[in-house]
Design a protein around this ligand. Structure first.
Ligand code: FES
Ligand code: FES
Length: 160
């Protein structure tokens, strides 16, 4: 298997990684960089547990080859908190009880953050549409949706 050297930014840090042609972004994060916040659910693009942002867009990292990420910017759940402060969506998902087993949570947080970046005042249907690719077997989604609404309100309060 051919190996490629790629350069990319992950959570703001420059990384140089040697990756095999068939290594996925998910495998690179978890197995080469020990960034295990991003979860491996189905490896088939079905569950959303592996969601990360790639150049600002949420993607299933199990469906992206690492070599495709040369020169890219990746944001994982480990990069959401800044300067010791949780992202508003991290705080509200905890406060709303939107985390049970937690397996879906990193992917949901990234999808929600991407939505809030794109649309700071999302409607409930915007939120449900943004999370349609993130399966959660525990919560019934209601508390997660409420958490995204609360995070949007909190962002507005922070911005003034
Ligand atoms: S592990 Fe990637 S979509 Fe399920
Ligand atoms: S909290 Fe368990 S899968 Fe969502």
């Amino acid at each position: 298997m051919t190996t490629h050297r790629i350069n990319l930014k992950i959570n703001g840090s420059s990384e140089q990684v040697d990756v095999a042609s068939n290594l996925t972004l998910l495998q690179m994060l978890r197995e080469k960089l020990a960034m295990t916040g991003t979860k491996n659910g189905c490896m088939a693009g079905e569950c959303g547990a592996c969601t990360v942002m790639l150049n600002g867009e949420p993607v299933n990292s199990c469906m992206v080859l690492a070599v495709e990420c040369d020169g890219a910017e990746v944001l994982t759940v480990e990069g959401l908190a800044k300067d010791g402060m949780l992202d508003p969506i991290q705080e509200t998902i905890i406060n709303q009880g939107g985390v049970q087993c937690g397996f879906c949570t990193p992917g949901i947080l990234i999808s929600a953050r991407a939505l809030l970046n794109r649309k700071p005042s999302p409607s409930e249907s915007d939120i449900r549409e943004a999370l349609v690719g993130n399966l959660c077997r525990c919560t019934g989604y209601l508390r997660i949706v409420d958490a995204v609404k609360d995070a949007a309100a909190r962002q507005h309060a922070l911005v003034g």
